[in-house]
Design a protein around this ligand. Sequence first.
Ligand SMILES: [Zn+2]
Length: 149
Amino acid sequence: MLIIYPNKILKKKSSYLRKNDSFNNFINEANDILKLNTNIGISGVQLGFKKRIFAIKYKKKILFFINPEIIWKSNESNFYSEGCISIPDFYTKKNRSNFIKIKAFNLLFKKKIFFAKNLYSACIQHEIDHLNGKLINDGLIAQFGRASV
Ligand SMILES: [Zn+2]
């Protein structure tokens, strides 16, 4: 089931996924959500599965990334307009590296290197933020907190 902000689980850091963890439920739900919606990425924690895994819709395929690590990102960056399926009707601009290289495992636990640019680079940075309990509205909530004192 999709977890919606401000559910506190979204602020938790996800732990590494192990080979013998069962993640079929996440795969099925992530497939359904990415097929039925316009969002291009979803991470485990957004479906209540607090493990380091995310999926993206890429060239009409759905790709899964397990225990991803950023191994390189470009200094060149841009502001990307972003939304999050866990934060309905909220959009903001985030500064993201235009190019990114990540190391991850696929569903067969084979190591792979994935290079992404522009929208997909921003998307992958967004999903990895989810794995670390970071949301696109984090800074804005802090600002609101100060303003309302
Ligand atoms: Zn999101």
